[in-house]
Design a protein around this ligand. Structure first.
Ligand SMILES: C[S@@+](CC[C@H](N)C(=O)[O-])C[C@H]1O[C@@H](n2cnc3c(N)ncnc32)[C@H](O)[C@@H]1O
Length: 171
């Protein structure tokens, strides 16, 4: 197999500079950011403003390893297969986030629900389309056993989850 080489189409700007304080998923987290699409790709943004959500594919450029198993943030007990979790330390360090699109001006997209580190290279943008991307009946594997609401996972950061675990242990 030949190697695959991608050229970034832009950069994702966010308020997150360290893993510890970055949300583990963006959904329900109000964290805002900006996508700077390089000028040479600006024409490709035509019509994007009519979508409320975007799918971003990006390079986990600050991954710290390429593992085949890893402990997920939400279930620190057990190592799980990397293709059954969303951890950034993967053989191909590609991230996927669904973000809310707030505004578009020229080559800049204002976004919300960002779980991405500042300066992350953007590989692609696709519109989120309910008719294509929503499924009614799904099974969520190990995630269903994590009691996401109890641990506040919707808004969690790795540091927040760790602090919560420590507090629970001390009780
Ligand atoms: C659990 S991953 C989920 C990311 C994405 N929603 C997904 O499912 O692929 C979220 C974590 O990725 C990490 N992350 C974000 N941007 C990154 C980057 N450029 N390089 C490495 N890790 C990054 C942050 O630590 C963040 O808490």
């Amino acid at each position: 197999m030949t190697d695959i080489i991608f050229k970034p189409i832009g950069i994702i700007h966010s308020e997150h500079t360290v893993h510890e304080d970055t949300p583990i998923q963006g959904i329900f987290n109000p964290s805002r950011g900006q996508i700077e699409v390089f000028k040479e790709f600006e024409e490709g943004l035509r019509d994007i403003e009519s979508f409320s959500h975007l799918i971003l594919l990006y390079h986990f450029d600050r991954a710290t390893g390429k593992n085949l198993t890893q402990k997920p943030f939400l279930d620190g007990e057990k190592e799980r297969g990397i293709f059954a979790i969303r951890h950034f330390n993967r053989p191909n360090p590609i991230g996927l986030s669904i973000v809310k699109l707030l505004d578009v001006h020229d080559n800049i997209l204002e976004i919300e629900q960002v779980d991405i580190l500042d300066g992350t290279p953007l590989i692609d943008i696709k519109p989120y389309v309910h008719q294509f991307d929503h499924r009614e009946e799904v099974e969520n594997g190990w995630v269903d056993n994590t009691h996401m609401d109890d641990i506040g996972a919707w808004n969690a950061t790795p540091k927040g989850l760790r602090d919560k675990e420590r507090t629970n242990r001390e009780k």
